[in-house]
Write a protein that binds this ligand. Structure first.
Ligand SMILES: C[S@@+](CC[C@H](N)C(=O)[O-])C[C@H]1O[C@@H](n2cnc3c(N)ncnc32)[C@H](O)[C@@H]1O
Length: 401
């Protein structure tokens, strides 16, 4: 991938950009296998490769510069704004939106937040593009004072950017390195962005996590579903479920329809060929973000899935309080992993199969070390984050002791 920002030394976020894509992928596989060497997988499936550019469905743009000339991008080492509004990682709809969003900042007279001076109003612009080309745009601001100006300019923004179907303001008053605050004010009639992934259309609301790379997410969910079908549990939990991607893909009636409906998905080439099962499953999804749980419930209702339930709770607390474990547990935690307590619970739980999808093989390895009764049956790398060293590794674990 060619990137003028990288070539000019303006942005070095894509740390692997000077390697060929084949070398990137081989290096990631080597590193992941090395980190998991103490837990050898019976089978490593071929890595799922990604498009190298245009794959990011979400842009997290730090706002810098001035009201007249705002920058959307990152901060340099002096904490001054650097414009990256043509970052080639972003999907086409996000890139196309950048000029209108930059103009909006000026029109609404939103003063970019100056980190060293602790002065200003607008901190971030967060944009997500759905597979259908619709956008969720969120303005992270310091306080409510800006709301009348944002509301005033919103109709003009929507005329310039009709794809912006969900627009909200997030309040983040603190001078801290966190992107968003707890309060969200949705300014549009629509509050959710439908994320159509084949047979399952997930609902995305502000303050909900979504996998960064839509095409790879489709393959990841299909892979998990294929392994779940092989095990064919009557009950499963999806811990750290977000808007319910794994849970809902596990619950829809047939894997075949799931892959057939995916217009922009490339079906997992090594998906096991066992026939899909339609045996009903009891599925429970647990997620700490109440907004994500609302969205997951909406999708389950839209799909008519009455044996799927979502709860807003801490994953570890939920597991520790449960009276009866399910037959299979899927976990997809943040980078810190599931931690010793939940790993210890899984170890002693009697659960026979675990599907662990991890964005950090370092914590995956430490969690596996705390679960010595399990062996890794299968593993597969999904290149969710091309051009960086980050990976998603999914494993199927089976109890052997
Ligand atoms: C890597 S994301 C995975 C989301 C989801 N599985 C998906 O495919 O989109 C991790 C999720 O864990 C949630 N989370 C973080 N800490 C949690 C906790 N202690 N208990 C439950 N969920 C948590 C986050 O809000 C986020 O949605």
């Amino acid at each position: 991938m060619q990137c003028s920002y990288f070539d000019a030394g303006i942005c070095r976020s894509c740390t692997l950009l000077d390697q060929s894509y084949a070398d990137q992928l081989a290096g990631k596989e080597r590193r992941s296998r090395g980190l998991l060497a103490a837990f050898p997988a019976a089978e490593w499936l071929p890595a799922a490769a990604s498009a190298q550019e245009g794959f990011r469905n979400k842009a997290k743009m730090v706002v810098g510069g001035t009201v007249e000339a705002p920058t959307l991008g990152i901060l340099d080492e002096r904490r001054r704004g650097v414009d990256l509004s043509r970052c080639p990682l972003c999907s086409g709809g996000i890139l196309a939106a950048m000029p209108a969003l930059t103009a909006f900042v000026s029109a609404a007279r939103l003063e970019p937040y100056d980190v060293p001076a602790r002065r200003g109003e607008l901190k971030y612009v967060l944009v997500t593009e759905s597979p259908d080309g619709e956008l969720m745009v969120r303005f992270v601001v310091r306080d409510e004072q800006v709301l009348p100006r944002i509301r005033r300019e919103l109709p003009a923004l929507q005329r310039a950017l009709p794809t912006a179907v969900v627009v909200s303001v997030n309040l983040q008053p603190e001078h801290k390195a966190i992107v968003e605050g707890e309060r969200e004010i949705v300014l549009t009639d629509r509050e959710t962005l439908p994320m159509r992934l084949g047979a399952v259309t997930l609902s995305l609301r502000p303050q909900s996590f979504f996998q960064t790379n839509t095409a790879i997410a489709i393959e990841l969910y299909a892979q998990a579903r294929a392994w779940i079908d092989e095990v064919d549990p009557a009950s499963l939990w999806d811990l750290y479920c977000g808007v319910g991607g794994f849970a809902l893909h596990a619950a829809v009636p047939s894997r075949r329809s799931l892959l057939a409906g995916a217009t922009d998905a490339r079906p997992a080439p090594t998906a096991p060929s066992t026939s899909a099962t339609d045996r009903p499953r009891d599925v429970v999804g647990i997620e700490v973000s109440p907004e994500a749980v609302v969205a997951a419930r909406e999708t389950a209702a839209a799909l008519g899935l009455d044996r799927v339930r979502f709860e807003a709770a801490d994953a570890t607390a939920f597991a520790l309080a449960a009276t009866e474990p399910p037959e299979l547990v899927l976990v997809n935690p943040p980078r810190r992993g599931i931690g010793a307590e939940l790993a210890g619970w899984l170890e002693g739980s009697g659960v026979r199969h675990v599907v662990y999808s991890s964005c950090n093989p370092v914590t995956l390895a430490s969690d596996l070390a705390a679960m010595p009764s399990f062996t890794v049956r299968r593993a597969r790398l999904f290149d969710m984050f091309p051009n960086t060293a980050h990976v998603e590794v999914i494993t199927l674990l089976e109890r052997v002791a």
